[in-house]
Ligand binder design. Structure first.
Ligand code: NCD
Ligand code: ZN
Ligand code: ZN
Length: 344
């Protein structure tokens, strides 16, 4: 049987929510990953170091006994984030980055930044303290087509941030377009990007062809096939600027299967296995370890993991759902066979 042994991976973009959902999803992530960057977009966002400390405690309580897992906390930028909060974050051993959500861009982004000028002094302090900026990169004005929002953000917003803060380390989160891949590739070493399994696996037909499929709806929305191919090339091409970030974003079934369904795909149940299948199909399994286990740690200037995991080529069926109290979570590829399996 075909086997792959790689250094234990990390997830550089993860949503775990709170309460019952958190208790369901943390074991899925902790079974595979050593560390994960925890996104701060709770209903009441994590905007201070004190809130991040509390949230971190809740996460730690949910880690199954015997598993070693470290949540890397982030803070949510708002119009009123202060430079003194940045200084506190710089001193905190648990906070690793700030996240920029343009107001209205995605799930729980209402308290995000409404005008970038308002936080320029904050970005300056982040640059001084060498704290990375993580970006949900989409313009939000209603006049822009939803399929163009990422591409337009690159020139209209990201280029300006880079010009003004050339030393600031930036992660362009969940890159979804050929243009984003090109932009990141051509930029300085300070700019990197995460890539999700759903954007590597699917094009927009998954959402819209043969009936509307809300479990494939996430933001930035999955694009057409040429973009998926560019993402595959980026992820499997050995460029250290690209690394694994699942953007696993759990929403309960009834909130996805809804006349106004939430944005987000849940993938933590099988994340490394989904990526293994993607890299196998591209005949680039030899590039999986750098993408999943080295590039992100190197960018964040954290030590690489030393434990190993084993993934086998073996078919298994993804469950139809996971129960969360009286509700369900529908995982990516629910009820379908996957060709790689994590052995542990
Ligand atoms: C994420 C969520 O649900 O929190 N949703 C998504 O579609 N990706 C938010 C985000 O990462 O933009
Ligand atoms: Zn996002
Ligand atoms: Zn996300």
């Amino acid at each position: 049987m075909e086997k792959l042994i790689i250094t234990q991976p990390d997830d550089w973009h993860l949503h775990v929510r709170t309460g019952a959902i958190l208790k369901t999803v943390i074991p899925h992530t902790a079974r595979q990953f050593s560390r994960a960057v925890i996104m701060p977009n709770l209903k009441s966002p994590v905007t201070t170091v004190a809130q991040a400390e509390n949230y971190r405690q809740e996460i730690i309580q949910a880690i199954p006994k015997g598993l070693d897992f470290t949540p890397l906390m982030t803070l949510y930028l708002t119009d009123s984030t202060t430079t003194s909060e940045v200084e506190k974050a710089a001193e905190s051993p648990h906070v690793y980055a700030f996240k920029l959500y343009p107001a209205g861009a995605t799930t729980n982004s209402d308290s995000g930044v409404s005008k970038l000028d308002l936080i320029y002094h904050v970005l300056e302090t982040m640059q001084e303290h060498d704290i990375p900026l993580l970006i949900h990169g989409e313009v939000t004005e209603a006049k822009y087509d939803i399929f163009d929002r990422e591409k337009i953000f690159l020139d209209k917003v990201l280029a300006g941030i880079i010009k003004n803060f050339p030393e600031l380390r930036i992660v362009f989160e969940h890159a979804t377009t050929r243009e984003a891949v090109q932009f990141v590739t051509e930029a300085s070493e300070q700019l990197a990007a995460t890539i999700t399994p759903q954007h590597l696996m699917f094009n927009r037909n998954a959402i819209l062809a043969g009936g509307i499929k809300p479990h494939y709806y996430c933001l930035p929305i999955i694009k057409r096939e040429t973009h998926r191919q560019a993402l595959i090339e980026a992820a499997t091409g050995g460029n250290k600027k690209f690394f694994l970030g699942t953007d696993s974003a759990p929403h309960l079934q009834h909130l996805k299967e809804n006349s106004c369904g939430c944005a987000g795909c849940y993938s933590a149940h099988a994340a490394i296995e989904l990526y293994a299948e993607i890299f196998d199909r591209a005949e680039k399994l030899d590039k999986l370890e750098a993408f999943a286990s080295f590039n992100g740690a190197d960018f964040y200037r954290l030590p690489r993991n030393t434990d190993k995991i084993m993934i086998q080529k073996a078919t298994w069926r993804i469950p139809d759902n996971y129960q969360v109290e009286n509700n369900f979570l529908i995982p990516l590829r629910a009820g379908e066979d996957l060709t790689w399996r994590l052995m542990n």
